[in-house]
Design a protein around this ligand. Structure first.
Ligand SMILES: [Zn+2]
Length: 299
């Protein structure tokens, strides 16, 4: 009996150390390290809004979404309720760093709403690795003095507010920096950080990439021109732009690259072409609570 327990303990320790090693290696490949999380520098002029203080109430979030977020107003009432609750929870889990002292209460709400829109068909939507969301009033300098409208680095998602608003102004031009950056974050969260247990998502993401590779070659060869030139940078940018087009030009995506549209639909559990049921039911065959439990015990 005692020998059995000792064997199980040794096995558990080996398993733990093995997984730990794999995780650290994955992080270091990306310049990410869970052991020494990145705490961004705060300038004296920055406004820091810690979501746990929860000074933005549900009614205010609702008013902001109704005024500025058409995806939210297009939803059926019961889905609006879910969207609202998710947005509030997401805000509570994040620290917002608003640069240059130019802060608006809409900032944390609307940037969070982009994450909620993207993940609305998924069970896990909090992108927990990304503790920090940084908002610049306009474009800013990134590594190598590149001028950026948004980027994702370490455990922080950054957007330029003017570009974010521009992306939200026209929801049919296929350009939306909020959805773009959240797509990079979703990829890192699920496919890299959570890869050991987000297996279904990873499989579905592989299907998206397979479809994207074909579309990528077609776009690079100049045979079609649905994507911007920037999407041709690499497949990661192509994925992020595919998300923008999926939500903003679903008809064109479906007509020109039906395999990309279908794979995105399965991955995100959303169907923007279906106006009455844009969010699909979870495809899990297990009751959700059980599925979640099993997911975290690494079956
Ligand atoms: Zn990008």
């Amino acid at each position: 009996m005692t020998v059995g327990i000792v064997i199980i303990l040794i096995y558990a320790i080996i398993l733990f150390l093995g997984n730990r090693g794999e995780r650290i290696e994955r992080y270091s490949n990306l310049g990410l390290n869970q052991e020494t999380p990145n705490h961004p520098a705060i300038d004296p002029t920055d406004i820091v809004y810690n979501g746990t203080s929860n000074s933005i109430g549900l009614g205010e979030i609702e008013a902001i979404l109704e005024k500025h977020y058409p995806y939210y107003t297009s939803l059926q009432p019961e889905l609006r309720e879910k969207f609202l609750a998710r947005t509030q929870t997401f805000i509570r889990k994040k620290i917002f760093i608003i640069k240059n002292g130019e802060g608006y209460r809409e900032m944390p709400v609307l940037v969070s709403a982009a994450a909620i829109q993207l993940t609305f068909g998924l069970d896990d939507y909090l992108l927990p690795f990304y503790k920090y969301i940084r908002i610049y009033p306009s474009e800013y300098f990134g590594d190598g003095f590149k001028v950026l409208a948004g980027n994702v680095k370490n455990n922080m998602i950054t957007v330029a507010w003017n570009h974010f608003l521009k992306g939200n102004e026209d929801l049919t031009d296929g350009s939306n920096v909020g959805l773009h950056e959240m797509s990079h974050a979703l990829y890192f969260q699920k496919v890299v950080i959570d890869a050991n247990y987000a297996r279904r998502f990873c499989r579905n993401y592989d299907d998206v990439l397979t479809a994207c590779k074909e579309a990528y070659q077609t776009e690079i060869a100049g045979q079609k021109n649905l994507y911007s030139a920037y999407a041709d940078t690499d497949l990661q940018e192509f994925w992020a732009e595919s998300v923008e087009i999926f939500f903003e030009k679903p008809n064109e995506l479906y007509l020109q690259y039906p395999s990309v549209y279908e794979a995105m639909k399965v991955l995100l559990h959303q169907d923007p072409l279906n106006k009455t049921h844009p969010v699909l039911e979870t495809a899990s065959f297990l009751p959700q609570k059980l599925a979640r439990l099993l997911k975290y015990t690494r079956i």
